[in-house]
Design a protein around this ligand. Structure first.
Ligand SMILES: Cc1cc2nc3c(=O)[nH]c(=O)nc-3n(C[C@H](O)[C@H](O)[C@H](O)COP(=O)(O)OP(=O)(O)OC[C@H]3O[C@@H](n4cnc5c(N)ncnc54)[C@H](O)[C@@H]3O)c2cc1C
Length: 495
């Protein structure tokens, strides 16, 4: 075997997955066809749940200084913004960080963990049999070689060759409308630097990328049918801005322009035998609300520790299939919320009335928090494990709570997740159930601030991605047996 896992695609999702595997000691490589990273950025935003994942691995301090914290987001460019500041998380903001930088930081991290990264190498074919997967790769010098591995992961974007080779259907709809963007200089930018405006002439958004560069996005009803491959010109952007905003802000010197559409598709299966899909290889949609990259990184986090556990011999047989079971519904919701956002980009008189009404409704705090929960991905929870006694916390995510340790010292929960292992959190500070394991770390602690649903909890197993595998209350008559059964069920190959 050349590698335990071969990852096709060195975009952010591929590097995130590679890092998670390498963290668990899995021999991993990334095959990326581009010799150099792409300098421009499609995505600009990292949402709260992604920031939590970075915090869990001790990476947030590498990312945060490179970006700008913004405590709100948008839903279909409605006037009322989503307020992230009240969300139950220590990362209650989005980080404005161009995708190129996200990719660079993740590539550096993966390299530092020992991942072999082959740039200028293209995957041509992927096959599998009972024993292994084989990836045929054309290297930068033209030589073709075959890499043998236990698993292959396709993080190779929307056109994924891995998905096609694995015979996985990409179900959905083609693009019916397109929009345009440009990274440009503005000689007379909006006074506050940012803009979001929708009129009967269309929608325009402006975001500063650096003191000299702005991202301009235009959704023009006059050009909605323009095919994606028709280049976007400065003249087009200027004319659209003039129509929508009454000024073109002195737009000039574009460094990158692009047209994008609302094709929405999802892989029917995220797994076929030894082959897995993550990120855009598994789902595409209109980039409304800035979610695609985030959901892709969250896919990678969900898959990484499961694949590593399987390779390292500590995964129960059902664990790998839970990747599809948990992540497919998340992208179904993603496709549905981006479709709603696309429909709301309606600049007819009736459409503008609807937008105005939706914007008013979004001003109700409960509604705002509900949608903010969706876009931030903090509302994602997984189905409770039916083989464990029911508990309201099973499958939910736990934010980065402050713990008080037996010696009185404080520690953030996420610090215990840095190694990518499970945390067996024993909240009654009784040393009776301590177990030693390479797979989980036992932490005796109490919460510094009480949390309602956690009041009666004796012990909980926190997964490497911060979700609760199971929790058991101190009042449970079979406490010890439940804890032992829960550890065996999640942390050993035999269950
Ligand atoms: C206009 C626009 C704005 C967006 N804004 C946001 C936003 O604000 N927030 C957000 O979360 N998302 C946003 N997105 C979506 C986001 O850009 C994507 O979801 C993200 O790039 C997906 O990452 P990925 O790693 O899965 O795929 P990609 O970034 O597409 O990376 C795939 C990699 O695989 C490589 N590759 C492909 N085939 C092969 C092969 N055969 N062999 C070797 N290598 C191969 C490619 O070269 C590429 O580097 C936006 C998208 C668009 C179009």
């Amino acid at each position: 075997m050349d590698y335990q896992t071969v990852i096709i695609g060195g975009g952010p999702v591929g590097f995130m997955l590679a890092s998670e595997l390498a963290l668990a000691g899995v021999k991993t490589c990334v095959i990326e066809r581009l010799e150099q990273p792409v300098p421009h950025s499609r995505a600009l935003t990292l949402h709260p749940r992604t920031l939590e994942l970075l915090e869990m691995r001790g990476l947030l301090n590498r990312f945060a200084p490179q970006g700008k914290k913004i405590s709100s987001g948008h839903f279909s460019m409605l006037d009322t913004r989503l307020d992230f500041s009240g969300l139950d998380t220590s990362t209650n903001y989005t980080l404005l960080l161009p995708q190129a930088m996200t990719g660079q930081l993740l590539e550096e991290y993966a390299r530092g963990l020992g991942v072999d990264i082959f740039r200028g190498a293209e995957a041509l074919a992927v096959t599998q049999n009972g024993e292994m997967a084989k990836t045929i790769v054309r290297e930068h010098d033209g030589t073709v070689r075959t890499l043998r591995s236990l698993f292959v992961a396709g993080a190779d974007g929307a056109g994924s060759i891995v998905r096609k080779q694995a015979g996985i259907e990409f179900i959905g709809t083609d693009s019916t409308v397109t929009a345009a963007l440009g990274d440009v200089k503005l000689l007379s930018p909006p006074a506050s630097g940012v803009l979001s405006l929708c009129t009967k002439q269309g929608g325009a958004m402006i975001v500063p990328l650096s003191p000299k560069l702005y991202r301009v996005v235009v959704v023009s009803p006059y050009r909605a049918q323009t095919p994606k491959d028709v280049p976007v010109t400065e003249e087009e952007l200027k004319a659209d801005l003039m129509r929508i905003c009454g000024t073109d802000f002195g737009l000039t010197d574009s460094v990158w322009t692009s047209r994008f559409g609302n094709a929405a598709r999802q892989a029917k299966q995220y797994r076929n035998g030894r082959v897995f899909l993550a990120g855009d290889a598994a789902h595409i949609h209109f980039p409304a609300g800035g979610q695609g990259l985030n959901v892709g990184l969250q896919d990678a986090m969900n898959l990484g520790w499961k694949l590593a556990a399987d390779i390292n011999g500590s995964a129960p047989p059902w664990l790998l299939d839970s990747y599809h079971a948990e992540r497919h519904p998340v992208a179904e919701d993603l496709l549905s919320n981006t479709e709603v956002q696309t429909r709301l980009l309606d600049f007819t008189p009736a459409g503008l009335h609807l937008r105005s009404m939706m914007s008013n409704i979004l001003a109700f705090p409960e509604v705002n928090q509900y949608i903010a929960g969706q876009i931030s991905a903090l509302d994602v929870y997984y189905k409770a494990d039916q083989k464990m006694p029911a508990h309201v916390l099973n499958g939910t995510r736990l934010s980065n709570v402050e713990l008080v340790l037996p010696d009185g010292k404080s520690e953030q929960l996420y610090n215990f997740l840095r190694s990518g292992k499970y945390v067996l959190l024993s909240l009654r500070q009784e040393a009776g159930h301590e177990s030693r394991s390479d797979v989980f770390q036992t932490v005796f602690a109490s919460f510094a601030e009480p949390r309602e649903q956690w009041c009666g909890v004796h012990t909980a197993l926190i997964r490497p991605d911060g979700h609760v595998a199971w929790a058991v209350d101190a009042s449970d008559p079979d406490l010890s047996a439940v804890i032992q059964a829960g550890i065996s069920r999640w942390c050993s190959a035999g269950c």
